[in-house]
Design a protein around this ligand. Structure first.
Ligand code: NAP
Length: 295
């Protein structure tokens, strides 16, 4: 069994992007600029945005942050997004989720210009993903694919079972695994909460991507020997022995499943750290106009 080390891979990839950024700027390119919008006081959202801005500074991007209190109107938020869309200095725009209930996430997502949608959530970018056009792949499926690529995991002709069909993980991961590319060319089965006899599918899988959000859902009796297991799930479990009062647990019963696997991602330290790389990659692509060549 080989443990997939997302933390060290993400650090290496971050250094590579830093080098690409400095080459790009040295050749006369504009410094990539990522803009974030943060609404309200959610502690986790603040932490995520702070980490993204720190990443930008570390690799040589410009970053900017628009902060609004949780009472901000949808109209004000949408007009700010439109202004950012029109600002030629800004290459990428992200709106940190969740948003307060009176603001429509769909309207926000669809107001961001597709060519600046470095989170890859705009329907145009999701559509491009599904028909195999160059696009901004969203952070988590990007991280999954990059880990497989880094470890040279064989995917062509393999049976990949994806647990979960959310718009941000399961569905895009299944599209990427079935596309005609590497990693990809797998035969993909998507399981969800209505799937009957789920272990019938997981037992046939060569690769399992677990993204359902139920701690330790995937047990040893559901996995055949030699399977590649990518655990996307992250759930906080109360744990008084930890300083923070909780620990992070994935969707896989790691202790029991790991000995059966050819490769497995730990939680934490697997897919999680890789997700920040996707945003940086997409912002650099936007600055270089690699996806939308005429914007
Ligand atoms: P989500 O939107 O809640 O989707 C969960 C999916 O799991 C749904 O498709 C649901 O089916 C399916 N599901 C629920 N119970 C099931 C069951 N008993 N059997 C089979 N399928 C079941 O969650 P998400 O946003 O995709 O996130 C999934 C997990 O990944 C969470 O733990 C989340 O915290 C984590 N996550 C981690 C990262 C990272 O950076 N590592 C990033 C994003 C998410 P239905 O569609 O039928 O409801």
């Amino acid at each position: 069994m080989e443990l997939i080390d997302g933390k060290s891979v993400s650090e290496e990839l971050k250094k590579n992007i830093q080098q690409e950024v400095s080459n790009w700027i040295a050749s006369g390119g504009k410094k990539p600029h990522l803009c974030a919008i943060l609404v309200g006081d959610d502690g986790a959202s603040h932490t995520y945005v702070a980490a993204k801005i720190k990443d930008c500074e570390a690799i040589g991007f410009t970053s900017s942050l628009f902060r609004f209190d949780s009472q901000v109107t949808e109209e004000k938020l949408l007009s700010t997004i439109i202004e950012i869309n029109q600002n030629p200095d800004i290459d990428g725009l992200i709106v940190q989720l969740p948003l307060p209930g009176h603001i429509s996430v769909d309207r926000v997502t669809q107001t961001i210009a597709p060519e600046k949608d470095v989170d890859g959530f705009h329907p145009q970018n999701v559509g491009r993903l599904s028909i195999g056009l160059p696009t901004y792949v969203s952070a988590t499926p990007f991280g999954i694919i990059k880990l497989m690529e880094y470890y040279g995991i064989e995917t062509a002709g393999k049976h990949c079972v994806v647990l979960g069909r959310s718009n941000i993980v399961g569905t895009p991961a299944s599209i990427l695994m079935s596309r005609n590319a590497y990693p990809g060319n797998a035969t993909v089965t998507i399981c969800h909460s209505k799937t009957k006899d789920l272990e019938k599918y997981t037992l046939q899988a060569d690769i399992i991507i677990a993204a359902i959000g139920i701690p330790e859902f995937l047990k040893a009796h559901m996995v055949k020997p030699g399977t590649v297991v990518i655990d996307v799930g992250i759930t906080r479990i109360e744990d008084s022995s930890k300083k923070a009062g909780f620990r992070l647990v994935g969707d896989v019963d790691f202790a029991a499943v790991a000995p059966l696997c050819s490769y497995i991602t730990p939680v934490p330290g697997g897919v999680g750290p890789m997700t920040r790389i996707g945003l940086l990659t997409n912002t650099l692509k936007s600055a270089r106009k690699e996806i939308y060549t005429t914007n």
